[in-house]
Design a protein around this ligand. Structure first.
Ligand code: ADP
Length: 229
């Protein structure tokens, strides 16, 4: 299967001189399209920093990052429009769903293709397709406040997928969920990764879901170590 995302030797240093913090000292990982990989590590090990670099939210200090065949970062950004990069190539899933309270479920998802320039009709049709795939199609006209926590998280997953990004970054997506719901979310992510050929990286502390990853990266003091389970 084609490669979704690959990083080599990413270094991130905050500040400089005596007060410099070496948050990433050489992080490397690759996640294929269709694969869901875990990223674990103790507090302060560099997980958030790595996720922000992968999401082009902060700039690494050095290293390389590639999405598919496209070089994104090579000791400097290789794409001019980072907003378009985040919108078109990367989907984000957070611990909380962060739905927009005054838009209905459909428009919470459809807003992303709209922002990418698609028509409202086309955008809503794509949103509906994903809501169906995630088993919340029957809630399409509801407002977010009318949904259960689990339904809201499925809408957030639909939103992350709707622009068909090759990469999805999920930051503690199961933290507020009980064991059964947490496993259900991971099951859905695995299904969606295969169906939409997306590479999914899940940052987690959640002991319940860690055994479900076939591959995971453990980060220690800013260095990634690959583990095969
Ligand atoms: P984790 O997510 O694994 O807890 P972080 O990536 O948040 O780890 O932090 C890694 C290291 O970088 C820590 O020592 C943290 O204090 C430091 N750090 C994180 N963000 C900043 C920042 N904006 N400025 C300076 N140091 C930071």
């Amino acid at each position: 299967m084609a490669e979704g995302i690959r990083i080599d030797n990413i270094v991130k240093t905050y500040g400089e001189g005596d007060t410099a913090v070496h948050a990433l000292r050489g992080a490397s990982m690759s996640v294929a399209a269709g694969e869901v990989v875990g990223l674990i590590g103790p507090s302060g090990s560099g997980k958030s920093t790595l996720l922000k670099c992968l999401g082009a939210v902060i700039e690494p200090t050095s290293g390389r990052m590639q999405i598919g065949e496209q070089m994104i970062y090579d000791d400097g950004w290789k794409v001019r429009d980072l907003r378009a990069l985040r919108r078109d190539l990367i989907g984000f899933i957070f611990q909380a769903p962060y739905l927009i309270p005054f838009l209905d479920v459909t428009d919470n998802v459809a807003i992303l293709p709209m922002l990418a320039g698609k028509s409202n009709v086309q955008s809503r049709a794509e949103a509906h397709g994903l809501l169906e795939a995630l088993d919340v199609g029957h809630r399409a006209a509801a407002m977010p406040s009318q949904l259960s926590g689990g339904e809201q998280q499925r809408v957030a997953i639909a939103r992350a997928l709707v622009n068909r990004p090759p990469v999805i970054l999920a930051d503690e997506p199961t933290a507020p969920l009980d064991g059964e719901r947490a496993l259900a979310v991971i099951g859905l992510l695995n299904e969606m990764a295969l169906q939409y050929e997306t590479a999914i990286i899940v940052v987690t502390h959640d002991e319940k879901i860690i055994p479900t990853f076939k591959r995971l990266y453990n980060i220690r003091d800013g260095v990634t170590i690959e583990e095969v389970t």
